[in-house]
Each structure stands twice: as C-alpha cells, then as structure tokens.
Write a protein that binds this ligand. Sequence first.
Ligand code: 8NA
Ligand code: MG
Ligand code: MG
Ligand code: MG
Length: 390
Amino acid sequence: DKALLASKFKGCMVGSLVGDCLGEPFEHDDWDELPNEAQLDDYIQQLIQSKVKVPYKPYTDDTAMTRCIANSFISKQAFDAKDMARRFTKEFFAEPRRGYGGSVPAVFGALRKSDFEQPFLPAREQFNGTGSYGNGGAMRVAPVALFCYNSTEALIDTARQSARITHAHREGYNGAILQCLAVHQALQADPAQPLDGARFISRLREHMERLEKCDEDEIVDAGRLEAPFQKVLTVAEELLRRSPPPARGSVVDLLGHDVTALSSVPTAIYCFLRALQPLPGIQTESGLVRAIQYAISLGGDTDTIASMAGAIADVCVLCIVFQTESGLVRAVQYAISLGGDTDTIASMAGAIAGAFYGMEAVPASLLKYCEKADEAVTMGEQLLDLLEQQ
Ligand code: 8NA
Ligand code: MG
Ligand code: MG
Ligand code: MG
C-alpha cells in the first residue's frame, strides 16, 4: 500500500526529529534524577494544544547527522562513504554547537585534514584504537532503514558502514544496526493490527545473535561484555512482559539511559514497545470523551445532549483527541521520562514509532515547535521516491 508506506517514511523522519527537539531540554546535569512525570505530561499536553508560544525548538547533533545521511542518499542514490563523511564534517564545522558527543569532533578534524581519503580510518583511532561505543552511529541511522527498505542484508551492511565513519567499536556499529533493524521491522508492521512486542524483540535478538558472532575478527575491547546486545534485549523482553509496567527507576537500572549504544538503543526499542498501550502518568483521555461524559452527567435528555456536545467537541477538539491518543507521542514522552540521554533515546524511539504508526500519529500542532519539520517530511518523501526508482 503506497499511501501507507509514504506515511510511514515521513513519520519515521519526523518522529526522529520530534524526539530530538522535545527531548533535548530535559537533559540535565544530574542523570540520577528522573524528570518529573506530571510536569513533563503537562508540558507535552500544552505543546499539543498549542498553548506554548512558538519559537521552534532547535534540533541537535542527532538530527544534524540524520539529515546528512538522508541527503547523501538523495544526492548519490547510493551509499557513498566519502560523501557521507564529507557531509558530517561540513555540517559539524558549520554548526559545531549542536551538542555533539565529547570525542567525535576529533574524527571530523582528522577526516578534513586527510581530505576524506580513508573515511573509516580516523574513527579507528578513537579511544586508543578501540573505537567509540557511543550512540552516535545509532542516533542518525533511521534513513538507512528507509533507503534499504527492500533488502535486510543491504540494510545491515549499510548501517554498519554509515556508523563506522565515526564509530569503529563493535558496540557502536552493532547498536546502529540494531536501531536500523528496529525501524525496518516497524515499517513492515501493519499499524492497524496489534503488535506482538515480545516477538518484535526476539526477532531483533536473532539478528544480533548472528551479528555478534560474525565480527569476532574486529577490534575487541576486553573490558566489555560478550554478546552484549543479546543480553540486554533479553532483559528488555522480560521487562516488557511485566504487568503493571516496572517503575522507571528499574527500567533505567536494567536497560540504562546513557550515551553508549548499549545503554540506549535497547532502551529506545523498549520505550516504543511499552508505549504501544496507554501508560500511567501519560494523559490519554480526550476532550471529546470529556465533553460527552460531562453532557451525560447533566442528566435529562442525555443521549441527545451528549450527542450534540460530542458533535461540537468533535469539530473543536478533533486534533487533540487524536493527538492525545498518539502512540508516537506516548513513546517519545515515555523515553524522555526515563531521563539521561533524553534527546537521543526519544529520537530513536520516535523514529521507530513513526515508522510503525505513520505521519498521522504526529500531532500537527507539535510540528511547528520542531526546527525544519517541513524538511523532515520532504526527506521522507524523497527517500520513498528513490525506492521506487530502484
Ligand atoms: P562520542 O564518540 O564522543 O561518544 C560519546 C561518549 O561516549 C564519549 O565522550 C565517551 O565518554 C564515551 N565513549 C565512547 N566510546 C568509548 C570508549 N571506547 N571508551 C571510553 N569511553 C567511550 O560521540 P557520539 O556521537 O557517540 O555521542 C552521541 C551522544 O552525544 C548523543 O547522545 C548526542 O546527543 C550527544 N550528547 C551530547 C550532550 C551534550 O550536552 N553536548 C550530552 C549527551 C549526549
Ligand atoms: Mg543530541
Ligand atoms: Mg488531554
Ligand atoms: Mg543525546
């Protein structure tokens, strides 16, 4: 279904942007203290209902680099490592204050100095030759899932290479592959059918079982866990089965929320899956339901009054009704509520959710708060055009 796929491509690009822009202001110095749930809920509701004065919220490194990847595909109609490295570097030196990770600027400097001759080499020299295991490869990978929609093998290879331009550590690029596979699975799933979260995770774990085996010849960092993504995904699946949902503190303790790929990509996937259903602390009630309930509470000719109130409310608050029930907003909000690296985890959760629900799940009112949202929509369209030309 072409219309659905178009909506999913746009939703993915926009979901990633929304998570980044809304998540960034919640990144605090003290990562032990989680955001106040009630304040966060109130804030998101105010944005959705357009009650906050608009200037947009600027995007950060996550989106800056996502845009570079999308534009590289759009311009080259192929994966071109040198072009991608050049775009990352140019973007960084044009706007270095987008909140990049602590060490990655050294890669851009070395890439520029060597004129992009060996686009994977500077990344291999990071951290005394172990490479970075930060989440910078994963945070920007969503366009790879769109560009490689027709081939899982090409997707895995391209995700790995796109990450290795800055992240040579196996956890850095395997985290990017995992996030890319999650977006891809979400693209392929029917949003009108219930999604089996445990199965979603176990399919990802099967991929990681293969991937964490076959790169044993690569840089191995003795201090890190064996098959780390398989382990964390097993924990995520166990957490997902718990009802009621575990406390946020336990989720953070068990899955993590920091700038490493290992402690953020499975967390983002968990956020998307947990937010498939309503969550405590996140408003889901609608103005429409409230209007009808109130009309009924007045007694008398309840069915007619309620029906008229409903019709008025329907027109007035249609957007809000839909918006507050958005699984995408819920995924982003839940990810932010876990604290830590809020922009990146919310952006990754938003990309997966957008790929699942499509553009309809993004409240139009939210878009005006996010920098260059129109361009995220256009990039989604352009990436779909490329797919059709293949
Ligand atoms: P990176 O490659 O510099 O990695 C980020 C951090 O991870 C490094 O600064 C190290 O602390 C740590 N790290 C990574 N690999 C190793 C290793 N092998 N040994 C020891 N420590 C290691 O950058 P990145 O692109 O991965 O970072 C992405 C994250 O940084 C995103 O969350 C992004 O939003 C950004 N970020 C910025 C701020 C900010 O306020 N500037 C805060 C949090 C995150
Ligand atoms: Mg960021
Ligand atoms: Mg509401
Ligand atoms: Mg971040």
